[in-house]
Design a protein around this ligand. Sequence first.
Ligand SMILES: [Zn+2]
Length: 331
Amino acid sequence: MPNTSCLIVTKVLRLNLYKYVRAHRTSKGSGTSFWADPWCPNGSILKDLYPRLFALETQKDCKVSDRWKCSSGTWGGNWSWRLPPRGRAIDDLLSLECLIGSLVLVSDGDDKWVWMGDASGSLKVKTLSKSLQNLLLANDLIDKHCLWNSWIPRKVNVCIWRASLDWLPTRINLSHRGVGLPSAICPLCSNAPEEIDHCIIRCPRAIAIWRKVWSWWNLSTPVVFPSFSIQDITAGRIKAQGCNSRTNKILQGVFYCTIWSIWNWRNRIVNAESTHVDSVMEEDIFPSIQRVSKIWISARFKSLEANWSCWIPRPFDILLICNVFFVCLSS
Ligand SMILES: [Zn+2]
């Protein structure tokens, strides 16, 4: 059983991959944990399905062949209880025997795991990837509050997704997890606790960068700036008025690049030698955001309509179709 990888997927992504992995039933049963492996017809794990019975079990790591035996031509339970089941535990035992009642073990043939996501029964990375994608989207883990932007790198999308869930290791998050730090104050301004919204958006040094991005894209500035959150960006609630959906996807890519760049900048400041902290702090990362976002997006969005020469002066006119639209309106 690929327990480690399954646990990573189960714990980190909160997905139940066990539904795709099943023990081969027509085997000896000596390599399959009776209580802990998902070998049943419906993929259930028996210790979770019957916790009262599991509490009474004397040998928690027993195998299927230990608990299911053939006697006088009839297959049945070979139980070993710490105390005789009583009350609802008896109902559980009847239910368990009904669930696995048709099980017949064979004397030859080793236990093996079958990947239910593919007709061949063999694990293929392609089908695993597809299953994960379907499960993620089905659970709204990504698409509800954090749009996946296919025009920027995957590692950046993951970073943004973690930021939207407040899973980045800010000083506040680290101190909440018991990591001993000399200070939980923002390393950029030394003036407020380093929470995720402060670090990425509300820190005065971050605001200076966001103002440049706003000005570059000619976005209307609210009375109080910044009046947006990371979730406003990741859910696609900030748009360039008058531009089509593809231009707004480019804009969102720029936002993602900005978040990524601020977080990287913050990390370089935190990890810099004391003699270099000031020089890293004084860097202007805005030109890098303009340059890197163009490299990332142009590498993935190969549209003939894109006019990359206007990327710096008029990024909102990047798509020629947008220009045509404006020309038609003005003529
Ligand atoms: Zn700050």
